[in-house]
Write a protein that binds this ligand. Structure first.
Ligand code: PLP
Length: 268
């Protein structure tokens, strides 16, 4: 029997019981990309589509044990890291992944769009010291980039590039600062050693954007696992996310801020 017929993806992230972001959103994204998805829980959140109310992190040794059990058995072709919650979890994840041979995609989740913070005090420093240096790509939005670089919120793509370069100097191989929270057409900026590239999207008119950061980073991870070059992986992921956002209103799920339709290609 031949193993690994389809790419295996692992998300290390928090649980979002509303199903749009976090582990649940990541598993949907993996499935929509015809990848086999696995999920290591770092924290239980209490939330719905109107915001995050509270969270409880898991003990770091339990997070490490979940990762170690998987890496001894079902080695993923790419790992996406999202909400970590605590400094201890960041250190445990770093320790567990130090010999992992494939790409890590780090979405440095700190604060949700609605509700309370998803990170303990000082987590940004632990990300800088422990997980950013291991990452193939880090995908902060402008708020996360501002906290991680300890500089004011970017108002232009030029300022996003400056912040991306600071994050690159922390040891990531690439940084994608996502600019969807600025007004105008959404521009994401990819910063790599010696070059930058802008990815210009079209703004989709929907309020159902819950979990878009999780979906983008997970989709990039799927394309990297399938062997795409980084810029192609980003283009494909952005194109897929735009279509999922265009189809979001059609889900008619909630009066709140619902998720994109991860399965727009499969459901009528
Ligand atoms: N809950 C979890 C577990 C998350 O990981 C995230 C974002 O990464 C969110 C909630 C918030 O998602 P958003 O800000 O897109 O609503």
């Amino acid at each position: 029997m031949t193993y690994n017929q389809i790419p295996i993806l692992l998300s290390i992230a928090g649980s979002d019981p509303s199903g749009g972001a976090g582990l649940q959103g990541d598993l949907k994204t993996f499935s929509a990309h015809e990848c086999y998805g696995m999920a290591v829980v770092t924290a239980i959140t209490v939330q719905n589509t109107t915001g995050v109310l509270k969270y409880t992190p898991l003990e770091a040794n339990l997070v490490a044990a979940q990762i170690s059990a998987l890496l001894n058995d079902l080695v993923p072709n790419c790992i996406k890291i999202g909400m970590i919650g605590t400094i201890d979890n960041a250190l445990a994840i770093k320790q567990s992944l130090k010999n992992y041979p494939y790409d890590l995609v780090l979405d440095p989740v700190l604060t949700p769009t609605q509700g309370i913070s998803l990170s303990s005090t000082g987590l940004e420093n632990a990300l800088i010291d422990s997980l950013i240096p291991l990452s193939r790509i880090v995908t902060p939005n402008i708020y996360e980039a501002s906290v991680l670089t300890k500089t004011p919120l970017a108002k232009t793509t030029e300022e996003m590039v400056v912040q991306g370069k600071i994050l690159l100097n922390y040891g990531a191989k690439a940084v994608l600062v996502t600019g969807g929270d600025l007004s105008g057409p959404p521009v994401d900026v990819l910063i790599e050693k010696g070059k930058t590239q802008n990815f210009i999207g079209e703004r989709v008119n929907t309020r159902h954007t819950h979990g878009t950061g999780c979906a983008l980073s997970s989709a990039i991870a799927c394309h990297l696992a399938k062997g795409a070059e980084l810029a192609d992986a980003i283009n494909l992921a952005k194109h897929w996310l735009s279509s999922a956002l265009c189809a979001a209103d059609g889900l008619k799920l909630t009066q709140g801020r619902g998720p994109p339709n991860h399965f727009f290609e499969f459901w009528n």
